[in-house]
Design a protein around this ligand. Structure first.
Ligand SMILES: Cc1ncc(COP(=O)(O)O)c(C=O)c1O
Length: 391
């Protein structure tokens, strides 16, 4: 197994993701890989029963899983991929694999709530010290690193508050101290942001979101160029007995084939809706790193090649009753705790914001919008009529 950065493929991303994982061994002549449901594997000979690296049991993956992994590594030009049964598991496995009693971990204050809950509830119980930090401090993270620090976990942009981290600065500080860096890269789907190329060791995806794109499967993955790390991650996954159902792997791969095209549409529609919202008197601020006046815009422009359809808006001060009236008036935006699917979604963020290292004060209710693949003019019309319900 090779380590070190992988050269980007010669063909463009959409070509590579259309063709990856389609070896005849995996497809048996169809366009798509077979959905290989297997617990038991019949091993060819007694000598092969205990052969290292041999495929001997369904939990270790099947042809369908192999096809998905081959396609996922193309998205972020990674060498290695581990699959997880959910995006959350893809976030938590690196902690499980790399931290132990007495370890100190640095976690972005703006990470996805359940990642934080895992740290506070499980990781702490295992004797690890968790320190939340403001990911916008960039190189300043060096001062927080201790001899016992094992891992720095960052989400950029934060999936509720949309701050952008200076990933190369964090990676440089971590590398100097031998600390492993993990990026939750779900927002960009890996299409618009390549943390491994910026020096991060692991890039995590909740494939549940943009990668699969159909709002019908829960799945995650971890990408890396480091052989030592993929070995540790795979050992932890094996120890935990984590299994991704072949049907789920198939669904993720089916969605992945159209990822780049969908992301372009999410980006264009998201920006159109965001720019319209900026003109609205009911809206105080739009949190979208691709907007020129966003505090993270310069870093976004330097490190990202595009934006997904997920962003936030801060309304002018309004009561919970008014916020609910706005949300309940939406007809095309469903109220749902997800994003990345073809359908637009909205949620009220304030009840979910948990912060200890930073105090984001928005001065009004924070709403997160996931702009789907509907026509943006229809989405704008929906928002316009719902804003009227704010009163
Ligand atoms: C940034 C981020 N990471 C991880 C996850 C977890 O993904 P899953 O729902 O597949 O466990 C989510 C889900 O919303 C997310 O937004």
């Amino acid at each position: 197994m090779a380590s070190g950065p992988r050269k980007p493929g010669k063909q463009k991303l959409s070509t590579r993701i259309a063709h990856a994982g389609r070896d005849r061994k995996l497809t048996q002549g169809g366009v798509n890989p077979v959905v290989q449901r297997a617990s038991t594997v019949i091993v060819e000979s007694a000598a092969k029963l205990f052969e290292p690296g041999g495929w001997t049991y369904g939990r270790h993956g099947t042809a369908t899983h192999e096809a998905l992994k081959q396609a996922l590594v193309e998205v972020e030009d990674a060498r290695h991929c581990a699959l997880a049964a959910s995006g959350l598991l893809a976030c938590t496995v690196p902690f499980f694999a790399l931290a132990s009693s007495g370890s100190h971990v640095l976690v972005g204050d703006n990470v996805y709530g359940p990642t934080r809950r895992f740290c506070d509830r499980s990781l702490k119980r295992w004797g690890c010290e968790i320190e939340y930090f403001d990911t916008t401090i960039g190189a300043g993270v060096a001062k927080l690193i201790r001899p016992t620090t094992r891992l720095i976990f960052v989400e950029s942009p934060g999936s509720m508050t949309f701050e952008i981290a200076d990933a190369p600065a964090i990676a440089t500080a971590a590398k100097a101290a031998g600390v492993v860096t993990v990026m939750d890269n779900t927002w960009s789907a890996g299409v618009f942001y390549k943390p491994l190329a910026l020096g991060f060791d692991l890039s995590v995806q909740a494939n549940t979101k943009y990668i699969s794109g159909g709002a019908d499967v829960i799945n995650g993955s971890i990408l890396t160029n480091r052989e030592d790390l993929i070995t540790k991650l795979k050992e932890s996954i094996a120890d935990l007995g984590i299994n991704v159902a072949p049907d789920d792997a198939y669904l993720v791969l089916r969605g992945l084939r159209t990822l780049e095209t969908r992301m372009e549409r999410h980006q264009a529609s998201g920006l159109e809706v965001a720019r319209w919202l900026k003109t609205r008197p009911e809206v105080q601020r739009v949190l979208h790193p691709a907007l020129e006046d966003d505090p993270g815009h310069a870093l976004w422009k330097r490190d990202f090649t595009g934006a997904s359809g997920l962003f936030g808006i801060v309304l002018k001060p309004a009561s919970t009753k008014q916020v609910h009236a706005f949300l309940d008036a939406l007809e095309l935006f469903g109220l749902g705790f997800s994003y990345g699917g073809f359908e637009s979604l909205a949620i009220h963020c304030d009840p979910q914001l948990k912060r200890t290292a930073t105090k984001p004060a928005f001065g009004g209710p924070l709403i997160r919008l996931s702009v789907g693949l509907e026509d943006p003019a229809d989405l704008i019309a929906d928002l316009e009529q719902a804003l009227a319900a704010l009163g």
